[in-house]
Design a protein. Structure first.
Length: 241
């Protein structure tokens, strides 16, 4: 899988390049501190994947990716988590927050590799089709509640609370909750692991709903959710904190 790295910080490029060097299926064919210098390589070469910073002086990574007519797969890398929603709206393969943990890097690149392996459309020329032509990530789940199965949009789930025999799903911007006779393993199997994290024996949170992170608490819609000691390292690593 041929990739290029775009970041205005040389040190950030070095880190990603080092990560790539440990994977035998990833080949870095170019690095750029100015995204505009990468355009000719993208047009002339068979680039499968772009690692792209977001905040750069010449042009933002989001504007750069948007400007590409036939863009390869791309992964955003940035120190600012507030761009995550906009990044995923562009169908980014993943969104990595600096400093990037190696296990998160592996997960993102493996996802890109899986996208490439599933593409059944032939390539035109030397350019891969837009990521928008690849199947989009799941956006909803169905859960059983009483005698029916209820469809819930993933972005509407703020957090999930474990009770004795039930899970209580809290819905965004409402006082509505959904009770389902499931355990955490069952519902986590349905949820995308990059969006929903187990943070406590009794809580799973939607990272997009987090308002602030305190020392041992997460604040979602003015509700303070504890971070369990056994989940703390993985949680902070996943958020790049």
């Amino acid at each position: 899988m041929k990739c290029i790295i775009i970041d205005d910080e040389p040190l950030a490029i070095d880190i990603i390049e080092e990560y790539c060097s440990k994977l035998d299926f990833v080949d870095v064919v170019g690095t750029f501190t100015n995204p505009l210098d990468a355009i000719s390589v993208i047009k002339e070469s068979k680039v499968d994947l772009i690692f792209c910073d977001i905040q750069m002086p010449q042009i933002s990574g989001i504007d750069f990716i948007t400007s590409l007519d036939n863009r390869p797969l791309f992964i955003f890398t940035t120190a600012y988590s507030q761009y995550a929603v906009e990044g995923f709206d562009l169908n980014a393969v993943d969104y990595l927050v600096k400093p990037i943990p190696y296990h998160r890097f592996i997960k993102a690149v493996s996802r890109a590799k899986e996208f490439l392996s599933k593409k059944d459309k032939p390539m035109e020329g030397n350019v891969f089709p837009s990521i928008g032509e690849i199947s989009e990530p799941k956006k909803f789940i169905f859960v059983k509640a009483e005698y029916e199965s209820i469809k819930i949009n993933l972005d509407e789930i703020e957090y999930i609370q474990g009770l004795k025999d039930y899970l209580k799903i809290h819905i965004l911007n409402t006082n509505k909750t959904i009770l389902t006779l499931m355990n955490f393993k069952e519902i986590l199997d349905k949820l995308p692991s990059d969006q929903f994290l187990r943070v406590h024996k009794s809580y799973v949170v939607n990272v997009n709903s987090i308002k602030t992170v305190q020392r041992n608490r997460i604040v979602i819609n003015d509700v303070r959710i504890p971070i369990g000691d056994s989940h703390k390292a993985e949680f902070f690593s996943a958020l790049g904190l």
